[in-house]
Design a protein around this ligand. Structure first.
Ligand code: SF4
Length: 478
């Protein structure tokens, strides 16, 4: 356990995030005295012109640092403070973090700001290393992704439209690491129709509220939308298509992540309605791990459903994998990546395992050995490049052991614009369904308004009018 002593709370969030990046899962407790019950105590004393940092181990002082400057000038001081904390913990634990002091979800935002100030790619790479102590590899990767996003967005009038996210919170079973809103479809089968009716009521409201604005990208996710029966899937697509004619939407993605949710009929329906991109996600191509993480499908199913999707006509298929799954090392990752290379999808998303608080994995974290390594993420990235793909979006999550990242790679012109738009918060993304969250971008006042829907499927369905009212209140604040 870590103790934290501070005489102000101004940087408490940053202190906690950075310490946890070094020591995932540790408890940080506020205290006011150096007590040996803590493994470490981090003490911050803010004074007018200097800030003093001390680290104690088992009650004994082991590090000391003085940072000069006015701590209230957040713009300048925050990074200085984070560099100080980084150096103290890095030296003590003999550990480097590939992203340095960066604990935020969207590091590409920093590069965008740099580009807007006229900085070159090379300058941004240097800045990243000096200012945030990131490794040269991560600095180059982040800059490459931001440059790619800039190129893709320059051809797309995203300010003239919006995106719609449709949440279908059902899956065949629950994965060990899942933290999404997801219910086992078998148990909830008799609630599905009422849920879809509520969701379509929300869609009708969005159509009315956004009259005159073009729906540019549609993302049907969850959960796994293809967990729905053939009849329910068609009911959903038909309903959405009535409010937002699919032929007018430039990009329609549907998650078909779980191979055990797919069959030829469902794929035919997705094609019939004009879905342009699907995801078939193995996560791993090792049967033993699939079983351990609670996915009711085999490696053979992944191969079969992938070819079935090709036969149905899909020419834009994404595959997700996770580096650092429980009991997996380099050997297992190599098996997964080689199989994906053989299947040759158009895009490939590399995740680093995150241990989310609400996941079963979090409750069982002492049972397994897991976590991505630099070698794993570098290997998966190399495989993506061998498939002639380039990285085009990137985000980080809290609670990733080792503080790694998730990267979307794609072949040229097969990128998913929705993924960039949601990451970079560039236009309104309206989300419908249980557990979804809408983001309204107010450029004039440089604000983002969020609207959350209830997570519980039964409560969401019963209180759909309240969900719509929440949207009504916030959708026109400009
Ligand atoms: S497929 Fe995705 S949403 Fe469904 S249980 Fe697994 S992690 Fe959760």
């Amino acid at each position: 356990m870590i103790g934290l002593i501070q005489n102000e709370t101004i940087y408490e969030y940053d202190i906690r995030s950075l310490i946890l990046a070094f020591m995932l899962g540790e408890k940080i407790e506020l205290t006011d005295s150096v007590d040996s019950i803590y493994d470490f105590i981090f003490e911050v004393s803010y004074q007018r012109d200097e800030t003093i940092l001390n680290l104690y181990q088992q009650g004994k002082q082991i590090r000391h640092m003085t940072l000069l400057g006015n701590y209230k000038e957040k713009k300048i001081f925050k990074n200085r403070m984070k560099r100080g904390i980084y150096q103290i913990f890095s030296q003590t634990l003999k550990k480097e973090l590939p992203w340095g002091t960066l604990t935020g979800i969207r590091p590409t935002k920093i590069v965008f700001d740099g580009f807007a100030q006229g900085k070159s790619k090379e300058q941004m790479i240097c800045d990243f290393q000096a200012e945030y102590l990131a490794s040269k590899e991560k600095a180059s990767l982040c800059t490459e992704v931001a440059a790619k996003e800039t190129e893709l967005l320059s051809k797309f009038p995203y300010k003239k439209g919006f995106s719609l996210y449709v949440g279908i919170p059902f899956c065949p079973s629950t994965c060990l690491y899942c933290s999404f809103t997801s219910y086992p479809i078998d148990t909830f089968q008799d609630r599905v129709k009422a849920y879809l009716d509520a969701l379509l009521k929300e869609a009708a409201f969005v159509k009315k509220a956004y009259r005159g604005k073009k729906l540019q990208t549609l993302y049907i996710g969850g959960g796994t939308p293809t967990s729905l029966s053939v009849k329910d899937l068609e009911y959903l697509l038909n309903g959405l298509n009535e409010y937002f004619p699919f032929t007018d939407i430039m990009e329609i993605t549907a998650e078909a992540g779980r191979p055990d949710s797919l069959n030829a009929e469902k794929l035919r329906i997705l094609v019939k309605y004009g879905v342009t991109r699907i995801s078939i996600n193995p996560q791993t191509m090792n049967d033993k791990t699939l079983k351990l993480i609670g996915r009711n499908h085999s490696v053979k199913d992944v191969w079969e459903k992938f070819y079935m999707a090709r036969e149905a006509g899909f020419d834009n298929i994404n595959m997700d994998i996770i580096c650092g799954l429980p009991e997996e090392g380099m050997k297992e990752l190599e098996v997964t990546c080689q199989a994906v290379k053989e299947l040759n999808p158009e895009s490939f998303t590399m995740h680093s395992l995150a241990v989310k608080r609400s996941s079963k994995l979090n409750r069982m974290k002492d049972t397994y050995h897991f976590g991505a390594t630099e070698e794993m993420t570098a290997y998966a990235a190399r495989c993506a490049r061998q498939m002639h793909m380039e990285p085009y979006y990137l985000y980080r999550q809290k609670n990733i052991p080792g503080n790694f990242e998730n990267i979307g790679f794609s072949q040229k012109s097969k990128e998913c614009l929705y993924n960039i738009l949601i990451m970079e918060e560039l236009h309104d993304i309206i989300a419908i369904g249980a557990g979804t969250s809408s983001k309204i971008i107010d450029d004039k006042n440089r604000r983002i308004y969020r609207i959350e829907n209830l997570k519980d499927v039964i409560r969401y369905t019963a209180r759909i009018d309240e969900m719509i009212h929440r949207k009504e209140v916030k959708m026109n604040p400009k």
